[in-house]
Design a protein around this ligand. Structure first.
Ligand code: NAD
Length: 341
C-alpha cells in the first residue's frame, strides 16, 4: 500500500521504516497535514498522521475525493481527527491505543521534580558560579496528596510512581478503574480532588466534555501553592484563566507538555521568526512554569510501540481487513462529578 507519512521527523522516521520492513511504499514529509499540504498525498491510499496534523472535516473530504481510504494516527489521542466525517465518508481511521504509558507518566514526574526541586534555576546558577541555595527550597512529595484526573493507562502508571514516593493518591474519572482502587487510589469528585490535592496531574483525553475542564472556578479552588501538571492536551486547560491564576499566586508551579495553540508551533524551528502568541510568551515568562514541547512520548520504547502499531493497522488494511484499533464516532459521555460553579 502506498502511504504518505505526514509530520515525520528525524526522531521517528527510522522507527517507521524498521517496523514496516519494506511492506509498504512510504512517502515521508516533515510537513503537517493541512489544507495546503493535501496535494502531497496524490497517488496514496493511506495517510499516517501525528497530533500536529489536521484531519478536520474539510481535509478528510478532500483526501477522500483523492482516493485516500485509510488514516493511521500515530497517537493515542484522536482529538485532531473528525471521526464523524471519516465514517460518513467510509474512511477507516485507527489510532495507537496503547504504547509505553511510562514514557508520558515518567515525563510528568520529571517535570514535577524539576519545578519542585528548582533544577532549571539551579543549573543556571551553577553556570554563573553562584552556589547559594537561597531560592532553591522544594518540598517532599512523600506524604503529599496527589490528584490524578483520568486513571487510564498513563494515569495508573503515574499513580504507581506517586505511591513509590509515599504520596496519598486521589483520582477523578467517570469510568471507575478497579486496578486504581486495588493500588490504593481513592476515587473522589473532581471538585474534592482539586480542593484537597497538593499536586494535580491531568491524564484524560480532550473531548467535548473535558475542553476547558480547568477554568477560572477550578483554578480558584486549588490549594494555594499546589502544582498543576498537564501532559494530556492543551485544550483541557483554559490558558487565559490559567495565566490569571498564576499571576494571582494561587498556583505554586505549572508543568505543561501541551498547549492549546501548539499546532504549527511545537515540533518546528521558530528561531528566526517572531512568536506572535502573546499567551504563550506570557506562560514562558514565569519562573514557576515549565514548558516542554509535547515531548512526553519521546522515548525509544514509545517510538517503537507507535511505529509497530501504526504498521500493524496498515497491514490489516492492505489485506482489506478491519484493524482492531479502528475508531468510531461515539456520543460524548458526561462526567459523573458535579461541575464546580
Ligand atoms: P486512556 O484512554 O487509557 O485513559 C484516559 C482516561 O481518562 C480514562 O480512564 C477515561 O475514563 C478518563 N476520562 C475521560 N473523561 C474524563 C473526565 N472528564 N474526567 C476524568 N477522567 C476522564 O488514555 P492514556 O493512554 O492514559 O492517555 C491519556 C491521554 O494522554 C491521551 O488522551 C492523550 O491526550 C495524552 N497523551 C499525551 C502524550 C504526550 O506526549 N504528551 C502522549 C500520549 C498520550
Amino acid at each position: 500500500m502506498k502511504v504518505i507519512a505526514y509530520s515525520t521527523k528525524v526522531y521517528d522516521k527510522s522507527y517507521l521504516i524498521d517496523a514496516a520492513a519494506g511492506k509498504h511504499e512510504f512517502v515521508f514529509t516533515d510537513k503537517r497535514l493541512t489544507v495546503d499540504t493535501i496535494p502531497l498525498a496524490v497517488g496514496c491510499e493511506a495517510v499516517t498522521l501525528f497530533t500536529s496534523d489536521n484531519a478536520s472535516m474539510e481535509v478528510l473530504k478532500k483526501l477522500s475525493e483523492m482516493g485516500i481510504k485509510y488514516v493511521a494516527l500515530r497517537s493515542v489521542g484522536h482529538d485532531h481527527a473528525d471521526l464523524v466525517t471519516g465514517s460518513r465518508l467510509g474512511m477507516r481511521i485507527a489510532n495507537v491505543p496503547e504504547y509505553s504509558p511510562y514514557s508520558v507518566a515518567e515525563h510528568a514526574v520529571a517535570m514535577l521534580m524539576a519545578v519542585n526541586r528548582k533544577l532549571v534555576e539551579s543549573q543556571l546558577l551553577m553556570q554563573l558560579h553562584d552556589f547559594r541555595l537561597n531560592t532553591l527550597t522544594g518540598f517532599d512529595v512523600h506524604g503529599k496528596t496527589v490528584g490524578i484526573v483520568g486513571t487510564g493507562k498513563v494515569g495508573i502508571a503515574f499513580a504507581k510512581i506517586m505511591f513509590g514516593f509515599g504520596a496519598i493518591v486521589l483520582a477523578a474519572d467517570p469510568v471507575y478503574n478497579p486496578i486504581g482502587e486495588g493500588l490504593g487510589i481513592k476515587y473522589v469528585s473532581l471538585h474534592e480532588l482539586i480542593t484537597r490535592s497538593d499536586i494535580i496531574s491531568i491524564h484524560c483525553p480532550l473531548t467535548e466534555s473535558t475542553k476547558n475542564l480547568f477554568s477560572k472556578p477550578q483554578f480558584a479552588s486549588m490549594k494555594k501553592g499546589s502544582v498543576l501538571i498537564n501532559t494530556s492536551r492543551g485544550g483541557i486547560l483554559n490558558t487565559k484563566d490559567l495565566l490569571e491564576a498564576i499571576e494571582a499566586g494561587v498556583i505554586g508551579a505549572v508543568c505543561l507538555d501541551v498547549y492549546d495553540k501548539e499546532k504549527g508551533l511545537f515540533f518546528e524551528d521558530h528561531r528566526n521568526s517572531l512568536l506572535v502568541d502573546s499567551n504563550f510568551s506570557r506562560l514562558k515568562s514565569f519562573n514557576n512554569v515549565l514548558v516542554t514541547g509535547h515531548q512526553a512520548f519521546l522515548t525509544h520504547e514509545a517510538l517503537t510501540g507507535i511505529a509497530e502499531t501504526t504498521i500493524c493497522n496498515l497491514d490489516f488494511w492492505a489485506k482489506d481487513l478491519e484493524s482492531p484499533n479502528e475508531l468510531y464516532a461515539q456520543p460524548v459521555g458526561q462526567p459523573y462529578y458535579e461541575p464546580v460553579e
